[in-house]
Design a protein. Sequence first.
Length: 252
Amino acid sequence: MPGVFRLTRPRGASESEMKRGASIRRKALVLLSRTIERIGEPFASLLLSMYFGEPQAGSDGKMYQIDAATRISPQQGMWIYDLCLACKPKFTLEIGFAYGFSTLYFLAAIKANGSGTHVAIDPFEMTAWNGIGLQLARTCGMASSFRFLDERSSLALSRFRHEQAKFEVIFIDGNHRFDDVLVDFTLAAEICGHGGIIILDDMWMASIRKVVAFIRSNREDFTQVPTTVENIAVFRKISNKLREWNHFVDFK
């Protein structure tokens, strides 16, 4: 994607190659616009700007180039948006904030539903990501429906459990090491309401697939929800039954 949407002329490119590249970009823009147009403004325009790699404002007001690999696909985003329209959650949560791609889809759904609160957790938002996601949450006019936690997910999720908080939709897209993702899921399961949804991103990674294999084999309180969207695994909480202290089913 980054090569397709390059705006400057590549060294040695002919005029015909530049025209062909411009045509590809226009077609890609039309296709992308059609995919996400249902979420309305200002969310669609903000997302299009990021998907096309335009510099974004950080929380300090400066403009920053963004990493083209750090994003969810429009198809994933629209799946989350449609899920939230269907179940109308009062409280949603994401682990991993970064540039705020997924956040904008959650906030667009809250606006469409007329109510709701979204929480994002990321201890690196102000350092690694320059507060871009935080600034976008303000820019789209949804600051009153949004809460940002600048801390590690293990601490925030444990506190939510102590407070007996419940979330209907939880999106896990933070640290991608196997053990960290498993901890995120285990703690998220404690604050996921009955019938709630937990989504794991980046199924292309072996570490995420391994966590998903564990859940399938060992978490009878969750059932996997089929989806045609690539790169995510979706689980619904179907019971609050506790596992035996020595329960374990081997998994691959």
